[in-house]
Design a protein around this ligand. Structure first.
Ligand code: ATP
Length: 327
């Protein structure tokens, strides 16, 4: 993704939900996107699939390298495609699939799990009903579903929360996508089921060489799942590096504050730190660093003058902060 912007033209003004995001998703690796509510994580992933709701507009470059039927590679700029056209519909589900926080929103309540999984397979993989059924059962088995044949004929409400989440992952994986977007997929689950679902995504990633974009506000989950991490704040990436560097050598004051706000059994402190205030609304923002109003290190006349660029401070580690040397 290169300089990707998503803006909503509303009566009140221009809402910049995503404001110039540059990200790279490597094959077979997980990119974690973390940040507070409203920072633009979900809209970034919606932009990738071109499912940003109206009146949202996507700008910038979203380059996807894909294999053509003859085996050769081609690069498609998803941002330039017609959001309702055939080309992006072929890519959605087949090339890039998504799992959501609430599976009930992804499934239709009036069709069986089997019908819904088979629909995706019949659309992208085969015309043969029997083969689609066989692939459906196989994929349910793979995601650890008990009695997969029986599940095929059940409706979403007949499954438990954890099973519904597995069924949604099965539907997303049924066409072997090269990119899987997981948007807070475990937030609504209890911790044991959460651990199983995370394990499942990690297993499938390594066995299928799938690239995963994992969106969450939970830094613990980020640590467990990601190879690279992008920390987002107010529609921008403020820090972008590999997971070890992020946790051991964070540079941006916002990342540091986020890390200090996680309770740890290893750290002895009287009070858990919190970040004062809330994320500003992304409309009519003043110039300068988006974190200025909440940053303990902010300097008047330095940080609130010009927009701050994302700078590579060491190889593979980019930070959007003018005071990065002092931090
Ligand atoms: N359909 C829409 N119309 C107008 N504004 C929107 C729309 N969808 C999102 N936004 C705005 O875009 C910004 C980013 O939203 P987004 O849902 O990407 O945040 P998020 O980081 O995913 O938050 P959460 O963790 O709560 O899902 C927010 O200010 C939100 O209000």
């Amino acid at each position: 993704m290169k300089d990707v912007k998503v803006q909503f033209r509303l009566d009140e003004g221009l809402l910049k939900a995503v404001d110039g995001v540059d990200l790279r998703i490597k094959r077979g690796k997980t990119l974690g996107i973390v940040g507070e509510s409203g920072c633009g994580k979900s809209v970034t992933s919606q932009a990738l699939l071109r499912i940003v709701p109206k009146p949202g507009e996507v700008q910038g470059e979203i380059r996807l390298t894909r294999k053509k039927k003859d085996g050769s590679l081609e690069v498609v700029d998803l941002a330039k495609l017609d959001a309702r056209g055939k080309e992006i519909r072929d890519i959605r589900g087949a090339e890039i699939a998504m799992i959501f926080q609430e599976p009930m929103k992804a499934f239709s309540p009036i069709h069986t799990i089997g019908n819904q999984i088979m629909e995706a397979i019949l659309l992208h993989t085969t015309d043969d009903q029997d083969e689609a059924y066989r692939i459906g059962v196989e994929i349910l088995k793979k995601v650890g579903m008990s009695n997969p044949e029986q599940r095929m004929s059940e409706y979403p409400h007949q499954l438990s929360g954890g099973m519904r989440q597995r069924a949604m992952i099965a539907m997303a994986l049924s066409c072997s996508p090269s990119i899987l977007i997981a948007d807070e997929p475990t937030t609504a689950l209890d911790v044991t089921v959460q651990a199983q679902v995370l394990q499942l995504i990690n297993d499938l990633k390594s066995s299928h060489d799938t690239s995963v974009i994992f969106i969450t506000h939970d830094l613990g989950v980020i640590a467990e799942m990601s190879d690279d991490v992008a920390v987002m704040y107010l529609g921008k990436v403020v820090e972008y590096t590999d997971v070890d560097t992020l946790f051991h050598h964070p540079k941006h004051p916002y990342t540091k504050a986020l890390l200090n706000s996680i309770p740890s059994v290893m750290r002895e402190s009287k009070r858990l730190e919190s970040i004062e205030g809330t994320v500003p609304f992304p409309m009519n923002l003043p110039k300068g660093c988006g974190f200025y109003t909440r940053c303990k290190l902010a300097k008047d006349g330095v940080c609130n003058v010009e927009d701050v660029p994302l700078v590579e401070v060491t190889a593979g580690h980019s930070v959007r902060c003018l005071l990065v040397d002092e931090v």
